[in-house]
Design a binder for this molecule. Structure first.
Ligand SMILES: [Cu+2]
Length: 154
């Protein structure tokens, strides 16, 4: 009789796991979700030394496709040590003149240089929250002229 009760209890526990399998699973692969698209311009046609926009708001757990465009006549960098430590990079995609991808770079990324009239895509998932005031263009003189920005991850 006692053994039967123990068996019943064990069966109940087994059924509980069978009925609620999602309670023991994770969120799945976060890098394959639909990306949130963001565009940041590095400078502009008038050669202003600014990021447009210069405040970038992100949320942890979402996949972002950050399109970095350089509409100016000189090269610029998008560089943030803080952001690079707070995101998981799925890839950086480099596109040809026709807009078709020609290369993908994988691994941890710290800064991306974009050539005049070029663009690159940084696909990443923020994994840590923080306010990073270290977005800058690392070309000498550009940060001093105001090519700075802020990244907020909530
Ligand atoms: Cu610059």
């Amino acid at each position: 009789m006692r053994k039967l009760k123990t068996l019943q209890a064990n069966l109940m526990i087994l059924f509980a796991f069978l009925l609620f399998p999602f309670s023991v699973q994770g969120a799945g692969d976060l890098t394959t979700q639909q990306p949130v698209e963001l565009r940041v311009e590095l400078g502009n046609k008038e050669d202003a030394l600014r990021f447009f926009p210069d405040i970038i708001q992100l949320e942890t757990g979402k996949l972002y496709r950050l399109i970095l465009l350089n509409p100016s006549k000189q090269k610029h960098y998008f560089s943030s040590e803080g952001m690079s430590q707070a995101v998981f990079t799925r890839k950086v995609q480099i596109n040809g003149k026709d807009g078709k991808p020609i290369a993908e770079v994988k691994g941890q990324i710290r800064e991306i240089e974009v050539y005049p009239e070029g663009f690159a895509e940084w696909w990443f998932v923020p994994v840590k929250t923080g306010v990073f005031n270290d977005l800058k263009c690392t070309i000498p003189g550009h940060a001093d002229e105001g090519m700075l920005g802020k990244i907020v991850i909530k």
